[in-house]
Design a protein around this ligand. Structure first.
Ligand SMILES: [Zn+2]
Ligand SMILES: [Zn+2]
Length: 288
């Protein structure tokens, strides 16, 4: 496969003065334009989090730049044949991953497991595996035996923990896509009295780099044009974002109006008006 587009995801919690954020935003925007990067990077007083794509040289320069400014970062790499983002944006947000709880502030490393350590701990019989992602992501794939908290947004995670009924001393293995949600999910659990919670460093993406044949089953949802990556970190051939409702879908159709091949979701496929490649074609199709 010709994989000329390189993709990297990384974050770090690093205290940044609020007044410095706009300057940093400008610098990062300029850096991205100079190197022809595409992607989305979030900046907050708690740190930086982004997924970007570009040439091999541009991605190497980006990593070097981030490490120079923010210290060590675990990067998760993959590749694709075409850009997975349309634009380059750097946004200032209240949090780099939104749990919406002021008391949940990552300040040090907490019980991180490398993919190797994680793999070993999965073999223990008395562990509870909890997926910290949203229900729609988990629907595409998860670790064998993992619990789906059935949340629609990460800010619901602390409430899930409260009603989960999991014993407080149970050994818990937490994971998410790239590790960032777990940094806060661990704290949310510890604040509710859990004493034995571990997190997968670098998330599913770091795990799959080393264990494509491991116990992660299905595909891993990603927040870009790939929709998901398979166990070899290649762009999904199965999933697409439904143009009508924005959910991941698997139903391959030819647009009823323009005949373009498209993937839509099964719910929208149930609606004859939506068997189209776009909202626009669906609109045209509805006309008498
Ligand atoms: Zn749909
Ligand atoms: Zn169409």
């Amino acid at each position: 496969m010709d994989s000329s587009v390189h993709i990297t995801a990384g974050y770090t919690f690093f205290a940044i003065d609020e007044e410095r954020l706009p300057t940093l935003q400008k610098e990062l925007l300029a850096f991205g334009r100079l190197h022809d990067l595409c992607g989305l990077t979030l900046l907050a007083t708690e740190g930086i989090n982004g997924t970007v794509c570009g040439t091999a040289e541009a991605i190497a320069a980006w990593k070097e730049y981030l490490i120079e400014h923010f210290g060590p970062i675990v990067f998760k790499d993959s590749a694709a044949q075409s850009p997975v983002f349309r634009r380059w944006s750097v946004k200032i947000k209240p949090e780099i991953v939104a749990i919406k709880r002021d008391t949940v502030k990552p300040d040090r490393r907490r019980n991180h497991l490398t993919p190797q350590e994680w793999e070993k701990m999965l073999q223990e019989h008395d562990v509870t595996i909890v997926d910290a992602r949203n229900h729609f992501e988990i629907a595409l794939g998860k670790f064998r035996g993992a619990i789906d908290p059935e949340i629609r947004s990460f800010s619901e995670f602390p409430d899930y923990v409260r009603r989960s009924g999991i014993a407080k001393d149970k050994k818990i293995l937490l994971y998410c896509t790239g590790g960032i949600r777990c940094e806060k999910a661990v704290i949310a659990m510890e604040q509710q009295g859990y004493t034995n919670v571990f997190q997968l460093e670098g998330g599913i993406l770091a795990y799959l780099e080393q264990y494509p044949e491991g116990t992660f089953e299905g595909e891993c949802f990603v927040f870009d044009r790939r929709t998901a990556v398979d166990r070899n970190l290649r762009p999904s051939k199965v999933y697409g974002i439904c143009p009508h409702c924005g959910d991941p879908g698997t139903v391959q159709i030819a647009c009823a109006v323009c005949e373009q091949a498209t993937i839509i979701c099964s719910d929208c496929h149930g609606n004859a008006c939506r068997r189209a490649c776009s909202k626009n074609c669906a609109h045209i199709g509805k006309r008498p």
